[in-house]
Design a protein around this ligand. Structure first.
Ligand code: SME
Length: 157
């Protein structure tokens, strides 16, 4: 059987609908967190072509860069700093239509124009975030929030 990802060229909802079962199949039964996070970022990047998609994990009270796809990024982010650190502090998903209008946004790449960050919550504690950046303004919406949340819930930490 081929490991190639099946890419969908339909609407955003259709793209997630094809992609999610494939991601679940890839991580199903695999206990290694790094391997699963790496494959999730690769699958998302391949389907959507976003500028940057990756994880930060909480270590020693900082967000530390974890598997990602895209340009090199900031290695460590403190709680409450930038979009990622704010999503962590508030334990809430943040959709930022225009990163220049978010006070304190951390510009890892000058190409990033909009962003979505979802906290990963285990036992009522934020243990990491999933961060996605786009070169287009206003690129993310509820459809992304709902579907990326489904992916997060499938990750076993
Ligand atoms: N823009 C993020 C930093 C992480 S990079 O985008 C990969 C922030 O403001 O937290």
């Amino acid at each position: 059987m081929s490991d190639d990802l099946q890419i969908n060229t339909g609407t955003k909802e259709e793209q997630y609908k094809t992609l999610l079962p494939q991601i679940f199949a890839i991580i199903d039964g695999e206990p290694d967190l790094t391997a699963n996070l790496a494959n999730i970022t690769a699958a998302l990047k391949e389907q959507f072509g976003w500028l940057w998609v990756g994880f930060y994990l909480v270590k020693d009270n900082e967000l530390v860069l974890a598997p990602f796809q895209g340009p090199v990024a900031c290695t460590r982010i403190k709680k409450g700093r930038g979009v990622c650190g704010t999503a962590w502090a508030n334990a809430k998903t943040l959709i930022i239509p225009d990163v220049e209008k978010f006070a304190g946004h951390i510009a890892c790449s000058s190409l990033s124009k909009s962003e979505i960050v979802l906290p990963i919550i285990k036992n009522e504690k934020v243990v990491g975030v999933l961060d996605v950046d786009s070169e287009l303004l206003n690129h993310f919406d509820k459809i992304d929030a709902v579907n990326l949340q489904r992916i997060i819930e499938a990750i076993i930490l």
